[in-house]
Design a protein around this ligand. Structure first.
Ligand SMILES: *[C@@H]1O[C@H](CO)[C@@H](O)[C@H](O)[C@H]1NC(C)=O
Length: 375
């Protein structure tokens, strides 16, 4: 009995324990389900921030990827032309070192920059630059030479208007890294500009450009593939101009910025055929070829064929371009380049003569600022 009662007690005790456990379980359930009734944003705020942040990061990196790809595509396209023009070494022996810009890290940019200025299979551009001693001369020639370093197959013909070659130009050319020919050809005294003459009064550069043409005719022949370009030292040149110059079959023309009183003086060209249908010049539009010296290139074979074509002294100012062009071509033969004459790759910037009144005072006192320093 005692056993039975003890057993019954045992059973009751067990039931009570189970009930207690059940209650405990229930309270746990209550506790956990109780959380479900808290507002959603409290429960999920931190998780929501995490998820939104993650999505934002994903979206951002997707956009970055797309922008990178577009940049690469643009770089590839714009450099394709250079690649095509910079293949193997043939005509020039001196390799030209072209530094790689530090910012250039995308796609093939670095590889492409390494090919810039290196010899290619294309024609050699013979750029004729008349120059004379003046305060801005070294600055002008430095600007030009460092643009020309970017041009594959480039030969610079520098002609000094002086009875002797000057050390400044000798040294500048020797350290330029360019292939060059250095000539001096003084303008005959009769034609020299007086101190107060405006620069249009007498033709400038005639003696020098003719000396360069004679050098070309004496030193080059039909076996050479080249284009002649008159690159005055008071202009600014884009390296893209020289890609256009390599396309000149006989005589090519293109727009020139900041000349003739206009933002751009240019031939009007048919885009499909490259034929020149007219010119937009306002200054002396009746010139046979109303374009600037920087606005045309002549193939070497034309210069050799028309072996007497030269610039002349006794002609009206602004007619030098027409003078040479009328001896070698006709208007209807001109090849309009630079994307149908729609792009400006050269500007007649004309460096302003610097103000040196203080220097003149110092010089009179024998205290020039540039004694022993080449400027
Ligand atoms: C052309 O000039 C080169 C030297 O620059 C010479 O070797 C070649 O024989 C010349 N050709 C003719 C046809 O005169």
């Amino acid at each position: 009995m005692a056993f039975a009662s003890a057993f019954g007690d045992e059973a009751r005790l067990l039931r009570m324990k189970e009930t207690a456990r059940g209650l405990e379980h229930g309270s746990m359930l209550y506790k956990s389900t109780g959380r479900c009734f808290r507002p959603f944003y409290v429960m999920c705020l931190s998780r929501t921030i995490l998820i939104v942040g993650f999505l934002f990061v994903v979206w951002q990196s997707y956009n970055n990827c797309k922008a990178q790809q577009e940049l690469c595509e643009m770089t590839r396209n714009s450099l394709e032309a250079i690649k095509a023009a910079s293949i193997a070494c043939k005509n020039i022996n001196e390799p030209v070192h072209v530094p790689i810009p530090t910012g250039a890290k995308t796609c093939e940019t670095i590889a492409e920059y390494k090919t810039m200025g290196k010899p290619s299979d294309g024609p050699i551009i013979y750029a004729i630059t008349p120059t004379f001693t003046r305060p801005v001369q070294k600055a002008e020639l430095t600007r030009l030479s460092q643009t020309f370093l970017l041009v594959p197959n480039f030969h610079w013909i520098v002609v000094e208007d002086s009875p002797k070659k000057t050390p400044l130009v000798v040294n500048l050319l020797a350290s330029s890294g360019l292939t060059y020919t250095h000539i001096n050809a003084p303008t005959p005294p009769h034609y020299k500009l007086g101190k107060n003459d405006p620069n249009w009064k007498k033709p400038r550069g005639v003696e020098q450009r003719n000396a360069a043409l004679r050098w070309i005719r004496n030193n080059l022949n039909e076996s050479h593939n080249g284009v002649i370009y008159f690159a005055d030292d008071d202009n600014t040149y884009s390296r893209q101009l020289f890609q256009e110059i390599t396309k000149v079959k006989r005589v090519g023309v293109w727009p020139v910025g900041l000349v003739g009183g206009l933002m751009v003086e240019r031939p009007i060209c048919e885009k499909m055929t490259n034929k020149v249908t007219g010119f937009n010049a306002v200054w002396k539009p009746d010139r046979p070829f109303p374009i600037d010296m920087a606005g045309f290139g002549i193939n070497l074979k034309v210069i050799l064929e028309k072996k007497d074509a030269l610039f002349a002294y006794d002609i009206q100012s602004g007619f030098q371009e027409s003078e040479i062009l009328k001896q070698v071509t006709r208007r209807d033969e001109l090849e309009g380049l630079a994307d149908g004459c729609s792009k400006v790759y050269v500007w007649h910037t004309r460096t302003q003569p610097p103000v040196l009144n203080t220097e003149q005072i110092l010089t009179k006192r024998g205290k020039s600022s540039n004694v022993g320093i080449e400027v």
